[in-house]
Design a protein around this ligand. Structure first.
Ligand SMILES: O=C(O)CCC(=O)C(=O)O
Length: 258
C-alpha cells in the first residue's frame, strides 16, 4: 500500500453541493450552510504550513488568543486596497464562487451581490484548548456574509439571541459543530440579529442530533457518538467582503495634484 499520510478526498475529488440550499441548516433563521469536506487534507496542511511560516509580527497576540489579519487591519472600518496572498485565495475563493445559492436557473453565488463580488479580507484565529471568543456581532464594516473554514480540529460555535431588554441570553439558541476542513457560511438575519461566540472550554459536551444544528451534515457524527469533543488546537479562516476599500493609488494621485 502506498505510504500516504493523508486520508480523505484529494483536491480533484472534493464533491461540492450543487447549491447551498442543499446544505442549509434548516433549524436556524436565514441562513447558515455547512459543507463538511470543503478542502482536502493536503490543502488544509498547506494552509497551516503557510500560517506557521508567516513572519512573527504578522501575529497579533490577544490575552489568550492570537490572530493574523490579511491583507491588513481595518482602519475606521475601511480596508486599504491590497490583494490577498495566493495561498488564501486559491483554492478557497474560486471554490466559494463556484457554488450557486439555489437551483433557480438565474441563481448565482453567495457573494454575487456583495460590493466586490468576493471576499477581500481574511481573519485567521487560533484557538488552543480552553480558549474561545466572547459572543459578539461582526458589525457594519462587512457585507453580511461570513465564510469560515476550520483547520486542525473541531469545536462548537454558539449562536445567541438578545433578550427583550437587550441583554444577552447566556444559553446559546443553537450550536454548530465545525469539523476540520469544513466550511460554515452565515448570512442575513443570522449575521445582523444574532451574536456568535465560542466557549472557553476544553471539551464540547452534550453533542447529539438534538443539540447540534448541523448534525445531519457532519462528515463523521460517529466521532462524537459519546457526546463529547475534546478540544485540540483549531485554526479558523474567516472570509468576508469589507464594504469600504480605500485606494492608496487614489490618495497618492490626490497628493500629487496639490
Ligand atoms: O473562529 C471562528 O469560527 C469565529 C470567528 C469570529 O467570531 C469572527 O471572526 O468574528
Amino acid at each position: 500500500m502506498a505510504n500516504n499520510k493523508f486520508m480523505g478526498p484529494t483536491p480533484s475529488l472534493i464533491k461540492l453541493p450543487d447549491a447551498l440550499d442543499d446544505i442549509r441548516l434548516t433549524g436556524l433563521p436565514q441562513a447558515a450552510y455547512y459543507i463538511s469536506d470543503f478542502i482536502s487534507q493536503e490543502e488544509e496542511q498547506a494552509i497551516l504550513d503557510k500560517i506557521a511560516s508567516a513572519p512573527k509580527p504578522r501575529w497579533k497576540q490577544l490575552s489568550h488568543r492570537r490572530l493574523q489579519t490579511w491583507p491588513s487591519d481595518l482602519v475606521n472600518n475601511k480596508l486599504l486596497d491590497a490583494p490577498l496572498p495566493t495561498w488564501l485565495n486559491d483554492p478557497i475563493i474560486p471554490r466559494l464562487k463556484s457554488i450557486r445559492l439555489s437551483h433557480e436557473p438565474d441563481s448565482s453565488d453567495i457573494f454575487s451581490d456583495s460590493p466586490h463580488q468576493k471576499p477581500n479580507h481574511v481573519l485567521i484565529n487560533e484557538y488552543l484548548p480552553g480558549i474561545g471568543i466572547m459572543p459578539h456581532k461582526d458589525g457594519a464594516a462587512y457585507y453580511p456574509v461570513v465564510c469560515t473554514v476550520s483547520l486542525g480540529a473541531s469545536l462548537c460555535l454558539n449562536i445567541y439571541k438578545s433578550k427583550d431588554d437587550g441583554a444577552l441570553d447566556p444559553n446559546p439558541a443553537w450550536r454548530i459543530l465545525q469539523e476540520p476542513r469544513s466550511l460554515l457560511v452565515t448570512t442575513s438575519a443570522l449575521y445582523t440579529d444574532f451574536l456568535h461566540g465560542i466557549e472557553d472550554i476544553t471539551e464540547d459536551v452534550e453533542l447529539s442530533k438534538n443539540t447540534i444544528a448541523n448534525w445531519e451534515l457532519l462528515r463523521s457524527p460517529e466521532e462524537f457518538a459519546n457526546g463529547s469533543n475534546v478540544r485540540q488546537t483549531r485554526t479558523s479562516l474567516t472570509y468576508r467582503d469589507v464594504m469600504k476599500v480605500s485606494k492608496l493609488g487614489g490618495k497618492l494621485g490626490l497628493l500629487q495634484k496639490r
